[in-house]
Design a protein around this ligand. Structure first.
Ligand code: FES
Length: 317
């Protein structure tokens, strides 16, 4: 994959768990333009292992001088977010992918309702720049545990004014999803990014209220789950790869020097899909891309997040 060399121009501790990073192009030239909701993948070389984690771009899509991301340190980090927090310093160079947008704003929407939970606010920070620029009708609902743990509230107040609605659990201001979605005019699109229970609640509420699927958008990149060790035979490359418990199959394949496609690395986009030629114990599908019947057929797998329940898998790669 074609990567961009960037230098870390600034690091800021935003909350006890969230750090903000600013990247500029290492050769001083402009970065590629992007649209609100885009993400990049940051490659981190750490003690013989490369982590590649996706992060939403937060800054203005018209600013190609620098990219901005924020990283929440995960309690059960497999290493990527901990590496960003502990090792990435101003002046370091990193490799990133070109921006890709899997969470685009619907151009024909009459109104946009954006719902963020916690660090799920990041893709909306570039989207509101786009919405403000075109004068679109929108409201942003930002839910968090407490103001102390919430990132970027001041910046959002400046950017959104009275379009921002904060919902702090500790103040008892919980978001009433049903009332919010029930009161929207026809032609409204809703977007959600945040913890899985919140995303599921928005999707279910919208479905129960009869919202068309095409008007409901979510971004829910999954972290690859830890599992049992197994072996994967790559039939075309004629290589056998051991997949350790704390590594995804995609990471193990890459570590073996075999090129594999990806965009989201979180089970959403479908780009990493591989055909399964043999499997001895059933598949553990963790993605949001394959249909239930495709999952049941055991003929395809998303190696960024899925694993085998058996000991050995043969893939067409
Ligand atoms: S890279 Fe997107 S589903 Fe695997």
């Amino acid at each position: 994959m074609n990567m961009i060399d960037v230098r870390v121009a600034a690091v800021e501790q935003v909350t006890p768990l969230i750090k903000h990073f600013k990247f500029v192009k290492e050769d001083g030239s402009q970065l590629p333009p992007f649209s609100g909701g885009s993400h990049i993948v940051v490659a981190m070389d750490a003690e013989g292992r490369t982590y590649r984690n996706p992060y939403s771009l937060m800054g203005s899509p018209t600013d190609t001088d620098a990219y901005h991301i924020s990283v929440r340190r995960q309690e059960n980090s497999r290493g990527g977010s901990a590496y960003m927090h502990e090792n990435v310093r101003v002046g370091m160079t990193l490799k990133i992918t070109h921006p890709v947008n899997l969470f685009t704003l619907a151009k024909m929407a009459h109104k946009h309702v954006l719902i963020a939970g916690g660090i799920g606010i990041t893709p909306f920070m570039s989207q509101i720049e786009d919405l403000n620029r075109i004068g679109a009708d929108y409201e942003l609902h930002y839910a968090f545990r407490s103001y102390k743990q919430a990132a970027f509230v001041e910046e959002l107040q400046k950017a959104c004014g009275n379009k921002l609605h904060c919902h702090s659990d500790s103040d008892g201001h919980r978001l009433d999803m049903e009332a919010l979605l029930r009161s929207q005019p026809l032609g409204t699109h809703v977007y959600v990014c945040g913890p899985s229970p919140m995303v599921v609640a928005v999707l279910e509420t919208a479905k129960n209220l009869g919202w068309p699927d095409s008007n409901v958008h979510n971004e829910q990149f999954l972290a690859p789950p830890v599992g049992e060790t197994f072996k994967v035979q790559l039939a075309q490359s004629n290589i056998e790869v051991q997949v350790p418990a704390e590594m995804s199959m995609l990471e193990a394949i890459e570590a073996a020097g075999v090129q594999a496609d990806y965009l989201c690395r979180g089970g959403v986009c479908g780009r990493c899909e591989l055909s399964v030629l043999e499997c001895d114990g059933g598949l553990e599908h963790n993605d949001h891309f394959l249909t239930e019947s495709e999952k049941a057929s055991c003929s395809k797998i998303m190696p960024c997040v899925s694993r085998t329940k058996g000991k050995r898998l043969v893939l067409d790669l």
